[in-house]
Design a protein around this ligand. Structure first.
Ligand code: NA7
Length: 540
């Protein structure tokens, strides 16, 4: 039986409160239960899956391949689960999350449809009190914030936002009921990954689709299709090796791809084109690693970018539309998209592109929207306007640490963490794939497992020495933040307005949030800190 909210007291706390039942929360719970700890997960949705629970828009699909985007913690689980496509679609990933919840008997320990509103560290008791919006109270010694990186939607405050009389949806909060586009005039705002995945599908059945684009994005074809059974068998025969190889990759995935480590400048024109073409035909995010310097050297980057622009020009018949779709920012500065038929969709007679770069959307109206002085009427408006990434969901919870300092106050000028795992002033509270960790720049499931393993090892250590609290020291946190900023400053990432920087949300501090030193070096630093007895932490 789960010890639930009303049964816990500050005198008799749970071991762990976990916030969120996405992939991080599920694994944290599994580890907590198998180590004999009393834990509860609090989840605002009525099902597990996190990102994959909410993002049900047409075409939602992972941009990391199926054999890599899955848990590695249980050998039987990874052998028995079968993916149907190279890149799994949202319904299949959600089914997988549900399978994991059932297989490891996690559901009885999850409190669904409860939103955490407040968390307070009771200093005298060394206990966290977690309060939900419906008034439930949970007391625990530790908290794991498995709140996700893309879990708070960003809906720009357009004038007249609520006046639209037709159907309107945000891709990140897509309804659970079926949505039909047939016979409808649809407008979609945004051309990030969510839009790029959904546009080709919506266009197939709607009467007309108008896309409002502020910044064009680079998109590489997925070449998705049924997964090759021979490939699956090869991986499953050596799954542990495959996982280990991926953990040595910069982003924690892609070990199956041919690796090249030469400079684009060392290659002649024909060799460059052939290499880019090979990667283009392989499809997916690996395009960015065609050469070793396209991610770090601006001139090298623009050579790769021009290859993509030429691909766009070759696919889109209307020259003006093709040029509008050609990005000019650094390739990879905003997350590269992975698509199926995105650019070809612009050749359909029922699709039009409107640039809102020079003329921002002036207002949403009862009938549609206005931009550049022109009114557009729709039956349906889709906001594919992204997320308040990495800190959005944490910022919605009033988290009070030592001396009543809130996390929002502490992070007023940008997030500060030690390892993306802990925050000075907030003892015994862990963030999973938080700012300051590789998180969104890596395969999220690899990152999640590494974080939860680290946290659980830490809890075992505290138990073994009968310690009550662990807290990052200010010195360690400051050093980590400076290191992260220094590494990011040496990359091309700060050159555009991406959600990695918080630049998509008005008023959000412009700080490059993920740790950009790569997963392998990051994991090694975390291991070393653990081996050396938790350097940079104060244990009491
Ligand atoms: P993204 O990638 O943040 O895309 C949001 C899009 O919405 C992007 O094209 C934005 O343009 C556009 N946007 C946002 N606000 C406005 C306003 N006010 N006017 C016009 N256009 C606007 O979110 P996604 O959901 O597509 O993808 C998020 C991640 O999920 C993705 O990277 C994958 O990792 C999975 P902008 O570029 O800011 O000019």
């Amino acid at each position: 039986m789960t010890q639930t909210a009303r049964q816990t007291t500050a005198d008799n706390p749970l071991d762990i409160v976990i916030v969120g039942a996405g992939f991080a929360g599920l694994y944290a719970l599994q580890r907590a239960l198998t180590s004999g700890r009393q834990a509860v997960v609090i989840e605002r949705g009525d099902g597990v899956g996190g990102t994959w629970y909410w993002n049900r828009y047409p075409g939602a699909r992972c941009d990391v391949q199926s054999m890599e985007y899955s848990y590695s913690f249980d050998a039987a689980l990874q052998q028995e689960w079968s993916w149907t496509e190279r890149y799994a679609a949202q319904p299949e990933i959600l089914e997988y999350a549900n399978h994991v919840a059932d297989r490891f008997h996690l559901r009885p320990h999850i409190e669904f449809k409860r939103t955490v509103a407040k968390m307070v560290y009771l200093e005298d008791r060394k206990v966290w009190q977690t309060v939900t919006s419906d008034g439930a109270n949970y007391f625990s010694r530790f908290c794991i914030m498995a709140t996700g990186c893309l879990s708070s939607t960003n809906l720009p405050e357009f004038e007249g936002l609520n006046t639209f009389e037709g159907e309107s949806y945000h891709t990140g909060q897509w309804p659970h009921h079926p949505v039909t586009f047939e016979g409808k005039k649809v407008g979609i705002i945004g051309t990030g990954s969510s839009a790029i995945q959904s546009i080709p599908i919506i266009a197939e059945s709607c009467e007309h689709l108008t896309i409002f684009q502020r910044t064009p994005n680079y998109s590489i074809p997925a070449h998705n299709g049924p997964i090759d059974p021979d490939y699956v068998a090869t991986i499953k025969n050596n799954y542990d090796d495959f996982r280990a190889q991926n953990k040595q990759m910069f982003a924690g995935f892609g070990a199956h791809q041919t690796r090249w480590d030469d400079s684009v400048f060392a290659a002649d024109e024909a060799t460059r084109e052939a290499r880019f073409e090979t990667r283009w035909q392989e499809g997916g995010l690996g395009f960015s690693s065609s050469f070793n310097d396209t991610g770090s050297n601006l001139e090298a980057n623009q050579i790769a970018a021009e290859f993509v622009r030429n691909k766009i020009r070759s696919q889109v018949d209307n020259k003006e539309t093709a040029e509008l779709l050609c990005p000019d920012q650094v390739l990879g500065c905003k997350r590269v998209c992975v698509d199926t038929n995105y650019y070809a969709t612009y050749n359909r007679p029922n699709v039009s592109l409107v640039s809102v770069k020079e003329h921002p959307i002036e207002a949403i109206t009862p009938k549609g929207l206005v931009t550049g002085g022109q009114a557009y009427d729709f039956d349906m408006l889709i906001f594919a306007t992204g997320f308040d990434a990495m800190t959005g969901t944490l910022s919605k919870i009033r988290i009070e640490g030592i001396d009543g300092l809130t996390l929002n106050e502490k992070w007023a000028e940008g997030p500060k963490t030690y390892l993306g795992l802990a925050v000075t002033g907030f003892p015994n509270l862990f963030t999973v794939s938080g700012p300051g960790s590789p998180s969104v720049l890596s395969n999220m499931i690899v990152t999640i497992e590494q974080h939860i393993n680290w946290i659980m090892n830490c809890l075992d250590h505290l138990a073994s020495i009968e310690a009550g609290t662990i807290e990052a020291t200010m010195e360690a946190e400051t050093h980590w933040v400076t290191l992260g900023n220094d590494i990011a400053a040496g990359t091309l990432f700060p050159t555009c307005n991406s959600w990695y920087l918080g630049a998509n949300v008005p008023g959000k501090p412009r700080i490059f949030m993920p740790y950009v030193g790569g997963f392998p070096s990051y994991a090694e630093i975390c291991d070393q800190i653990q081996r050396e007895g938790y350097t940079g932490f104060s244990i009491r």
